[in-house]
Design a protein around this ligand. Structure first.
Ligand code: CA
Ligand code: CA
Ligand code: CA
Length: 167
């Protein structure tokens, strides 16, 4: 076999090192949002003769898919552990959380509770990075760690504790 001249060997080596890796198929993740707690910071139902407690339910959107829970009636502080899971191929996953107080009859339409600390926004919306586990946007934190956020500036305030994770 003919021996490569040093310069030719160097070119072969450089080509091998610099070669682009074979494209990987996008990896699917199951992203889960768990609502651990919802607590009324405002009086969401007007009291009449006796205290009237909130009737919470939540809507969570993960990567564009929105799901609603059932209502927990007559409690201002609940620990429902509602779980929402969505399969996605995206690294960055947009998540939004809404809380409502179910109202019927004379109370009219349901109250859209304020979970967002910013004035003019009630919905909590943020981005979850499946590569780093970081949560940024309307809420900040990390994968697997409970995040507590309270609404402000828009009345009908509530506080939420939630966890985002994926596998
Ligand atoms: Ca109400
Ligand atoms: Ca109500
Ligand atoms: Ca707000």
């Amino acid at each position: 076999m003919r021996k490569l001249k040093p310069i030719a060997a160097a070119i072969v080596l450089a080509t091998t090192v610099g070669a682009a890796p074979a494209p990987k198929a996008p990896q699917a993740h199951n992203v889960t949002v768990t609502v651990q707690r919802l607590r009324a910071l405002s009086n969401l139902d007007a009291d009449f003769l006796r205290p009237d407690r909130a009737d919470f339910y939540a809507e969570v959107s993960i990567d564009g898919r929105r799901t609603r829970t059932a209502t927990v009636f007559g409690k201002d502080d609940i620990r429902p552990n509602w779980k929402f899971t969505q399969r996605t191929l995206n690294r960055y996953v947009v998540i939004s959380i809404r809380a409502y107080d179910n109202d019927g009859g004379l109370e009219g339409t349901d109250d859209f509770c304020d979970l967002n600390p910013s004035k003019g926004a009630r919905e909590l919306s943020f981005v979850y990075d499946t590569a780093t586990g970081r949560i940024t946007g309307g809420a900040t934190g990390r994968r697997g760690q409970p995040i507590t956020v309270g609404g402000s500036g828009d009345g009908r305030k509530a506080e939420i504790v939630f966890v985002v994770n994926h596998n």
